[in-house]
Design a protein around this ligand. Structure first.
Ligand SMILES: Nc1ncnc2c1ncn2[C@@H]1O[C@H](COP(=O)(O)OP(=O)(O)OP(=O)(O)O)[C@@H](O)[C@H]1O
Length: 236
C-alpha cells in the first residue's frame, strides 16, 4: 500500500487493521552528571505498512534513543511499542530490521556472508528456510551498487560501502518494520540515489520504514515528515 504524501502526524488507515509499528507514551530518562534528564517525554508514532516516515531533530534531541526503543535494543521507562498489534518483545526478531549508525558488520565475514547472516540465524522452526519475501543476496547487493564487492571483507571497503552492505543485510528478508539511522550520511549523490530508491521500493513493497535523517534528499522521498522536539514527535 502506498499512501499519499502528507505531513499529518497520523496516517490514514482502514478500520480494524493494526499498524505495522505503533509506539505510544515513550519516555526515556538518562542519568547525566548526577542528574536525570528526560530525553523522550511521551513520544507517539504510528507507521503503516507501505509508509516511509522521516524523523529529523537537532543533535542530541533523542533520535537515536527513539530508534533504540522502537527496535527493542533499549527499553522505555514508560510506554509501549507494538508491531502489527503485537508487543515488540513478543514477535520474532526478524520482524524488525535496523540499520544502526554503528553498522555492526562481522569483520570475519565477506559482504555477501554478512548480508546472508540474518537468514542463517533464523531458526528452522521459523518455517521454510527462506522467508517468502526474501530476495537473493546477490540481487540486493547489486541493487545497492555493490555487486563487485560481494567477496570482500568489511575492512576492505569504505565506510559508505560498509553502510550499504549493512542496509542490504537489513532488507534482504523483507522485514515488516525497517528502522534506519542516517542512511545517507556517508554517501555521495549517486550512492544516495541508490539508497533512496531501495528505501522507497522497500516501503512500496509493504515495509513500514522509519528513517532518522538530516538529509533533505531522504525527506523528499518520504510519505510523512516528523521532527523530534522537546521529547515528542511533531509534524515537520
Ligand atoms: N546511554 C546513555 N546514557 C546517558 N545519556 C545518554 C545515553 N544515550 C543517550 N544519551 C543522551 O541522550 C540525548 C539524546 O541522544 P541521542 O543519541 O538519542 O541524540 P540524537 O538526536 O540521535 O543526536 P545526533 O543527531 O547527534 O546523533 C543526548 O543528550 C545523549 O547524551
Amino acid at each position: 500500500m502506498t499512501l499519499g504524501r502528507t505531513d499529518a502526524a497520523t496516517p490514514p488507515r482502514q478500520r480494524g487493521e493494526h499498524p505495522a509499528l505503533h509506539a505510544t507514551g515513550l519516555r526515556r530518562r538518562f542519568a547525566q552528571a548526577g542528574q536525570h534528564t528526560e530525553v523522550l517525554s511521551g513520544a507517539e508514532l504510528t507507521v503503516e505498512a507501505g509508509e516511509l516516515v522521516t524523523i529529523t531533530g537537532r543533535s542530541g534531541s533523542g533520535k537515536t534513543t527513539l530508534l533504540a526503543l522502537l527496535s527493542g535494543f533499549d527499553a522505555p521507562d514508560e510506554g509501549t511499542v507494538t508491531y502489527g498489534g503485537e508487543p515488540a518483545d513478543a514477535v520474532p526478531w526478524w520482524v524488525c530490521a535496523v540499520l544502526p549508525q554503528a553498522l555492526g558488520l562481522a569483520a570475519e565475514l565477506t559482504c555477501a556472508e554478512n548480508v546472508a547472516l540474518p537468514r542463517r540465524l533464523r531458526p528452522a522452526t521459523a518455517g521454510s528456510a527462506e522467508p517468502p519475501e526474501s530476495r537473493g543476496v546477490a540481487e540486493v547487493l547489486a541493487d545497492l551498487g555493490l555487486a563487485d564487492l560481494a567477496d570482500r571483507y568489511p575492512a576492505e571497503l569504505s565506510f559508505g560501502q560498509q553502510q550499504r552492505v549493512a542496509l542490504a543485510r537489513a532488507v534482504v528478508d523483507g522485514p515488516s518494520v525497517l528502522l534506519v539511522d542516517e542512511p545517507t550520511a556517508h554517501l555521495d549523490a549517486a550512492a544516495t540515489g541508490t539508497v533512496l530508491a531501495l528505501l522507497r521500493r522497500q516501503a512500496d513493497e509493504g515495509t513500514a520504514v522509519v528513517a532518522v535523517t538530516h538529509d533533505p534528499a531522504v525527506r523528499e522521498v518520504a510519505d510523512r515528515r516528523l521532527r523530534l522536539d522537546s521529547g515528542v514527535l511533531v509534524p515537520g
